[in-house]
Write a protein that binds this ligand. Structure first.
Ligand SMILES: C[S@@+](CC[C@H](N)C(=O)[O-])C[C@H]1O[C@@H](n2cnc3c(N)ncnc32)[C@H](O)[C@@H]1O
Length: 288
């Protein structure tokens, strides 16, 4: 399992009975989690939650605040700072299990200031910020949702990276990649976290199983001959690490790339236990 110990301000306190209890800095939230089907490990601590997200029978859901909380607050990962805010879709702006990928990005880029990184489906820009913090040549952040760019810029500014070269692009990822291929652009690192199902900026239908191959094909065309990594993450239920490992591997083998492909579940350790909450799958190619 890919798991990180570097996200010091985030603690998974417990999970079970379809929910998780998490400390985001000093604010504890309780959210549904369909993976946590086992009984709670620490039933006595769940009243600590300051806000609880309740699913609605009609779809969606809402937060019940046990006390008045700030609209947003910050948490630290290494020496970076990110904004947390409970959104109406139960998300907080951060997928904490991604810290395992942020660690890889940081390891690969820390001595490669010449690198350019493309972060696709970049959401609130946490991975963008991690890459830019390595003082690289350029980080390109692409997401279809215009509103998320402001959040991504907040994360850049909170982490004191306003002087770094980051391009924020609102576009459909595949269209943008095809344009970059035509322009002859190259990258040393590519990160993609496509949704299972969704709509692009012009309402284009997105289905993971239909788009993943073209996305990887275009991504490979964008890799430079000094490429360092290519990360593909999915939260699509039903596709295991082996499925995305096979998909990435086939394209890299066909492209004649050397290096290593690894794939695993992403998970977060439940504090004080050796239980892990599984949270999606990542497959990654790296140059060694
Ligand atoms: C699963 S989230 C990514 C999470 C993010 N990688 C992280 O770890 O914080 C999906 C994101 O993809 C974006 N998105 C969905 N379809 C898109 C498309 N066709 N092109 C660009 N972005 C898209 C959404 O706006 C959303 O921000």
């Amino acid at each position: 399992m890919f798991s990180s110990n570097s996200f010091s301000d985030y603690v998974l306190l417990d999970a079970g009975d379809g929910e998780k209890l998490e400390a985001w800095g000093n604010i504890t939230l309780r959210r549904p989690d369909p993976m946590a089907i086992w009984p709670k490990l620490k039933p006595g601590i769940w009243d600590e939650a300051k806000a609880v997200y309740h699913r609605s029978n009609k779809g969606g859901g809402s937060w019940e605040f046990k006390e008045k909380l700030p609209k947003e607050w910050t948490v630290a990962y290494r020496d970076l700072t990110f904004k947390v805010s409970p959104t109406s879709f139960k998300h907080t702006g951060i997928f904490p299990e991604q810290a395992a990928n942020w660690d890889l990005i940081n390891d690969k880029l820390k001595d490669r200031h010449d690198a350019r990184v493309l972060n696709l489906f970049a959401y609130s820009g946490v991975a963008t910020t991690v890459a830019a913090a390595c003082h690289i040549e350029e980080t390109v952040h692409v997401d279809a949702a215009k509103g998320m760019i402001e959040w991504a810029k907040d994360n850049r500014d909170l982490s004191h990276l306003s002087d770094e070269r980051i391009r924020y692009i609102v576009d459909d990822c595949l269209k943008f990649m095809k344009r970059e291929v035509r322009r002859g652009r190259k990258y040393e690192g590519i990160i993609m976290d496509p949704p299972s199902y969704g709509r692009g900026p012009n309402n284009e239908l997105f289905k993971f199983e239909e788009q993943i191959n073209p996305l990887i094909e275009e991504g490979i065309k964008l890799l430079s001959d000094k490429a360092l990594f290519f990360i593909v993450n999915t939260y699509t239920t039903g596709y295991s690490g082996t499925v995305i490992s096979n998909t990435l591997r086939k394209h890299f083998e066909d492209g004649g790339f050397k290096g290593k492909i690894e794939a695993d579940e992403l998970g977060i350790r439940i504090e004080g236990t050796d239980y892990y909450l599984p949270c999606g799958f990542t497959s990654r190619w790296s140059n060694e």
